[in-house]
Ligand binder design. Structure first.
Ligand code: ZN
Ligand code: ZN
Ligand code: ZN
Length: 268
């Protein structure tokens, strides 16, 4: 007799794995931008985490619409924002479609969670969604400020992980055995402690050479070795990283370059 499966499944989908310009870069004729390998086509960085019947989207950049269409998403539990750069918040207007799926039976307000500075930026960039006189069809959004400690959304625990991104602050997220960090340049030891015990760690790695506001590959690998997850994936790559095939040969065991559409399954 089969024993009941008491483990909960959690699925991470990479919606986009490219840096702010995406890959290919407009007008670029380099070997990465002209590659025919689908793994060298990177939409702006975003991820989807699904567990316990809930669906979380981390960041909603300019490719949000294409990412939702590609994955066939028709409802989401919440959007978690890492920071206010346009490649992470530039697609928020497109939540309008999700607001009106199954209209008129149901109108879904979209809950967006972020730190205070990012909330202020969303309120400014999308002021028409928050004005007293709203025209028909504006995005229906509820903004929620992320506390400094763990919090729950519909019964799912989210642990915020703080880092710095040049002169800005950035927030990563741990949900169960998965932690997802993007646009980090540094992280304090107290925050690294919150990552201990994860099965899957996602870390940004812009390129092999160093950069003033993003981890390079070697900086990402250094953090991965401190956390020591079962598997780690790199994201937010520039075309300067080289082709997926070439760059993948330069990674240690159990560390992989993520690519758009990749799904990672975990149980906890
Ligand atoms: Zn970014
Ligand atoms: Zn290029
Ligand atoms: Zn950024």
């Amino acid at each position: 007799m089969l024993l009941p499966n008491l483990n909960r499944e959690i699925v991470l989908t990479f919606l986009g794995t490219g840096t702010s310009q995406g890959v290919p870069v407009i007008g670029c004729r380099c070997p990465v931008c002209t590659s025919t390998d689908s793994k060298d086509k990177r939409l702006r960085t975003s991820a989807m985490i699904e567990t316990s019947g809930k669906r979380f989207i981390i960041d909603a950049g300019p490719d949000f619409r294409m990412q939702m269409l590609r994955e066939g998403v028709d409802s989401i539990t919440a959007i978690l924002l890492t920071h206010f750069h346009k490649d992470h918040i530039g697609g928020i207007d497109d939540v309008r479609a999700l607001n009106y799926v199954n209209y008129p039976q149901r109108i879904q307000n979209i809950d967006i969670y972020a730190k205070k500075d990012t909330i202020e930026c969303v309120r400014k960039d999308y002021d028409y969604a928050f004005s007293n006189v709203r025209y028909r069809g504006v995005p229906l959004i509820s903004l929620h400020e992320i506390p400094s400690s763990s919090f729950t959304i519909e019964g799912v625990e989210i642990i915020p992980i703080q880092g710095t991104h040049s002169i800005f602050s950035v927030t990563g997220f741990r949900i169960g055995p998965i932690a997802y960090l993007t646009d980090f340049k540094s992280i304090a030891e107290t925050e690294v402690e919150k990552l201990k015990g994860v099965s899957t760690l996602v870390v940004n790695a812009l390129r092999f050479s160093s950069h003033d506001s993003h981890f390079s590959v070697s900086e990402a690998l250094e953090l991965i070795s401190r956390v020591s997850p079962q598997k780690a994936y790199l994201t937010h790559m520039s075309h300067e990283i080289g082709t997926h095939t070439w760059a993948s040969e330069r990674l240690p065991e159990n560390v992989y370059f993520a690519y758009d559409t990749l799904k990672v399954f975990n149980y906890f």
